[in-house]
Write a protein that binds this ligand. Structure first.
Ligand code: MRU
Length: 352
């Protein structure tokens, strides 16, 4: 049955940021009350909050908290917090994008008391928050038009409401298609090693009442080659100027499979994920996480002590393998530099 109250990844109440601790899902719903920028830094670094847009919005509120807690010299405190927040995770550009936008707001505000700055920064953080939800709803509507009346859709990781300020990107498209009456069935990659697919995407789809089947990542080739999948849709952490896209490790494999078997491969992301300052995927920094995430599971060893393990959190899908980029400004087929520049230059409601 459809849950009337979908889980919120984050919200601001009174004078604190509340972050859903996604590490505990699906077993436990617990919100971390962040009253300091340091608490937000730790929550992003330890992936209590995760997903490119969600960490961007969280960082924006983190800068509000830095102004609020500063006894004196609030401007310096906010600037220090900006550096700390930026350093938490390197791949998702939405983090840098949101922090830069808050820094511009700080500059425009001029030197003010901590209290006055808190109000100004809070207004901006709330705007970033609302814009993300609206962007997801708009890109969902654009993307739904690409989904056939009946479709089996494969997705990877979690690009849903939990990864954003609300509604989701890749899952937003799936949601919009289902809301529009299309018959969709979602295959959910479990997404090793942190299981964002099994723990989070499966939960969101169940709550929404959208039919879904959980699979191990390595069965995607079997599913696609036996004709069970109509299309693949995933989110993104950073899209370079030439269209190369960083997303959760394992995404590239799916793009290769999609091309090999002639099914569409779509990326859904807001324009805050596009980074025209980075020429190609070769320049995108790929976060490498603790090998313990692979060698242990729920605190238990699943590999012999002493084995070497390599744990990149993301990979790069070359633009040539992407059939379309779905954004809140429209759908860009075969994304490349010219198309992305056109997209970023265009205003609301104009076609790409
Ligand atoms: O390491 P994570 O869980 O933050 O990785 C998340 C992803 O790779 C998502 O696909 C991406 O951030 C898009 S979320 C709308």
């Amino acid at each position: 049955m459809k849950n009337p109250e979908p889980l919120r990844s984050l919200y601001w109440e009174k004078d604190a940021l509340y972050l859903l601790d996604q590490r505990l899902l699906p077993g436990k719903i617990d919100y971390i009350r962040c009253c300091t920028a340091d608490a937000v830094v730790a929550s992003i670094r330890e992936m209590a909050v995760r997903g490119a847009p969600a960490i961007g919005v969280s960082a924006a509120y983190g800068m509000v908290l830095a102004a609020r807690e500063a006894k004196e010299n609030a401007v310096t405190a906010v600037k220090t917090a900006a550096t700390e927040l930026r350093s938490t995770r390197p791949t998702a550009v939405n983090l840098d994008w949101a922090v830069s936008r808050m820094e511009r707001c700080l500059e425009n505000a001029g030197a003010k008391s901590g209290e006055a700055l808190t109000d100004i920064l809070l207004k901006e953080a709330r705007t970033i928050h609302d814009e993300d939800v609206n962007a997801n709803r708009r890109l969902g509507a654009y993307g739904a038009a690409l989904i056939p009346e009946s479709a089996a859709i494969l997705t990877h990781c979690n690009a849903g409401a939990l990864a954003t300020a609300g509604y989701g990107t890749a899952l937003g498209v799936i949601r919009a298609a289902a809301e529009g009456g299309k018959r969709v069935h979602v295959y959910v990659d479990e997404t090793r090693p942190l299981l964002q697919g099994a723990r989070l995407t499966a939960l969101e789809l169940l709550q929404e009442g959208i039919p879904a089947t959980l699979i191990v990542d390595s069965s995607a080739g079997h599913l696609i080659s036996t004709g069970r999948v109509s299309l693949v849709i995933v989110g993104a952490d950073r899209i370079a100027a030439n269209g190369d896209t960083a997303n959760k490790v394992g995404t590239y494999t799916l793009a290769v499979l999609a091309e090999r078997h002639g099914i569409p491969f779509y990326i859904a992301a807001p324009c805050s994920t596009i980074d025209l300052a980075v020429e190609s995927g070769n320049e995108i920094v790929i976060e490498e996480r603790d090998p313990d995430e692979i060698t242990t599971f729920a605190g238990q060893a699943v590999a012999p002590a002493g084995i070497d393990a390599f744990n990149p959190a993301f990979d790069i899908t070359p633009a040539a393998l992407i059939d379309a980029l779905i954004t809140e400004r429209g759908v860009l087929r075969r994304p490349d530099r010219a198309g992305l520049e056109r997209l970023m230059a265009k205003g609301e409601g104009q076609d790409v």
